[in-house]
Design a protein around this ligand. Sequence first.
Ligand code: ATR
Length: 267
Amino acid sequence: MKKYLVVGNPIEHSLSPKLQNYWLNSNNIEAIYGKLQAYDDDLRELCSNIKNGQLDGINITVPFKKKIIPHLDVLSGNALRTQSVNTVCLSNGNVTGYNTDIDGFELSIKKLDYDVSNKRVVILGAGGVVPSIIYALNKMNVQQIYLSNRTKEKAQILKNLFEGIEVIDWGVLPEFDMIINATSLGLRENDKFGIDFSISGNNKLFFDVIYNPFNTDFSEAGNKSQNILENGLNMFLFQAQKAFSIWHNVEPEINQDVIKFLKSNNQ
Ligand code: ATR
């Protein structure tokens, strides 16, 4: 039986096993998908398990999307450009890293029918998923990206990887059309940004990469009548759909049934 894993730390809350196993069943594919709480030292062995066929594929999540790279033989174009990998498998005998977060973000914006071109976008955070978001925004001809991270040096590193980014101080917002929460703030109930999001007026798109139930000052601002609020569920579904296609050569369906199942308590 083929074996797949999502690897991260923490990993408890990942919905990837639930989603991938649902699609394996509905597509009659004999395989299992589990989760592993890993540490830096585990990455080498995981990749050699892929090389020798003990494992067939892994999804990589926080905080290993960059750390996995030295253990891979080959990177896809998107993984190379972002230095970020979320999907791994053997391809032509090489342990190969792919990035499906770019497609995940782009498809979720397209589903909203939101035209990013000529928009000013603030990104909060500089963690693992941010290079993919920047890359996708540039692909969609964004006008300006402002990057704001509590630890400013991490934003500066991303500025060196991509052209045309303006790094701004944490807590200070410029005029914007869209704002993205790519931090982990909001995962815990009492997380507070301490930022006044109303400063730029109405008609803004608030995009929260977090898709678990949340109620933060970020979502409250996005919920105001003249704003749009999108959480990360569609991005999660689309990146997973691409990973599934890479592994199994089948595009699984995203529909109301799968969304209902994900939100249910069923396993
Ligand atoms: P990693 O940084 O290891 O890639 P991540 O979950 O992808 O992990 O990113 C976490 C993001 O949330 C970072 O941008 C982090 O900011 P720092 O770089 O300063 O750590 C941000 N973050 C986490 N807790 C935060 C808080 N209390 N206030 C502001 N930003 C926070």
